[in-house]
Write a protein that binds this ligand. Structure first.
Ligand SMILES: Cc1ncc(COP(=O)(O)O)c(C=O)c1O
Length: 367
């Protein structure tokens, strides 16, 4: 064998591959998967019907422009479909942004507990991730602005953020945008926007509509319950959408995803029901887990971040093992610099009650 071999570009081997939430517990019959922020209510029956109907045309390539889907999104939100691009999950769109706007020596800013894909996409593009501290597990506009340099090309902000569930109010978002140079793109990742019930929140549509350097990413994986289909969308200025359309795969979104996504978008009753379920049980989990003496970061999304003590017998790792043995699969978040916390998605009523009951039993154990 030769000593020489192909080497990936600089940055690639710095990447820790993304580890998805666990989905099984050995030896446990009934599993409650609360590790990936999926909806407990499933997809809209209309989306499932559209997905099944798409089986009749599997031999044809998809519509490479996902026109039906962009029109459905445009109709629902009152947006120009020409300013929308769809992707195989918002993950793909985040990666396309990095590939289009970052190169060697370029910097992309994200916050300490920000969604992991920002770092991966930045390094994969040869760029440098710049990580800024948060305040109370919340993005801090001043920290972000303080990190902007002549090399900054992108600012990634999850709003609300995963895994903390915290958010920046619209006034803060506008202040952040006002301080960002016009040649830097602000990426607002609003994957959990549909769950937020706060008067001072805005997903990003207004900023995108009026600014040349802002995009908003959304997903069908959460409230629409289509995670398996891999579907996301981005609303942006025409010049950004044009750049991304040049580098994406020509058929990056498949026919069943287009059909199911359009039907899901139009089923507003299903979205509303899911949001109501979430509001009720997010409140329940936050309060009841708080009553047990564990700190829960106030969340506006469909999950809670639970902080554990570092005393032996009661640590996050031990809680994870205890809950997993009962079929409750939460998410370890050490990769997010949160080694003493677990993230728990809002599940079905049964799952939510079981989480609280099991945590109570866990905390009652003798160390
Ligand atoms: C903040 C955030 N952005 C994007 C995504 C990716 O979503 P998708 O399934 O659309 O790729 C997730 C998924 O967990 C997320 O939490």
């Amino acid at each position: 064998m030769s000593l020489q071999r192909p080497a990936p570009r600089p940055g690639v081997l710095q990447i820790q591959a993304y580890v998805p939430g666990k989905s099984s517990a050995p030896g446990v019959e009934k599993i409650y998967k609360l590790s990936s922020n999926e909806t407990p209510l499933g997809a809209s029956p209309k989306a499932i019907e559209a997905y099944l109907a798409a089986a009749a045309t599997l031999h044809d390539y998809p519509d490479g422009s996902a026109t039906r889907l962009r029109e459905a999104i445009g109709h629902t939100f009152g947006l120009d479909p020409a300013r929308i691009i769809c992707g195989a999950g918002s993950d793909e769109l985040l990666n396309l942004l990095a590939h289009a706007y970052l190169g060697p020596n370029d910097e992309a800013i994200h916050t300490l507990h920000g969604f992991l894909v920002y770092r991966i996409a930045t390094l994969a593009s040869g760029g440098t991730p710049i990580v800024v501290p948060e305040k109370n597990y919340t993005a801090d506009a001043d920290q972000i602005l303080g990190a902007v340099t002549a090399r900054t090309r992108l600012v990634f902000l999850a709003n609300p953020n995963n895994p903390t569930g915290t958010y920046l109010p619209f006034d803060e978002l506008k202040r952040l945008h006002a301080g960002i140079p016009p040649d830097v793109l602000l990426v607002i990742d609003a994957a959990y926007a549909e769950y937020v019930r706060r008067n001072d929140y805005e997903a990003g549509i207004e900023l995108v509509a009026t600014c040349d350097n802002v995009v908003m990413c959304r997903t069908f994986s959460k409230i629409h319950g289509l995670a398996a289909l891999r579907l996301g969308w981005l609303y942006g200025p025409v010049h950004v959408v044009d750049a991304l359309n040049r580098i994406r795969g020509p058929f990056n979104v498949n026919t069943p995803a287009i059909a199911a996504g359009a039907a899901a978008m139009e089923d507003t009753a299903h979205v509303q029901m899911s949001a109501e379920h979430n509001a009720r049980w997010l409140g329940f989990l936050t309060e009841e887990i708080g009553k047990l003496g564990l700190a829960v970061t106030p969340s506006v999304a469909n999950f809670v971040l639970i902080h554990f003590p570092q005393t032996k017998g009661h640590t996050a790792a031990e809680a994870d093992a205890f809950l997993t043995a009962r079929g409750l699969i939460l998410r370890q978040v050490s990769a997010y610099h949160l080694p003493h916390a677990l993230r728990c998605s809002v599940g079905s009523e049964e799952a939510n009650r079981l989480v609280v009951q099991s945590l109570a039993e866990f905390l009652d154990r003798k160390a």
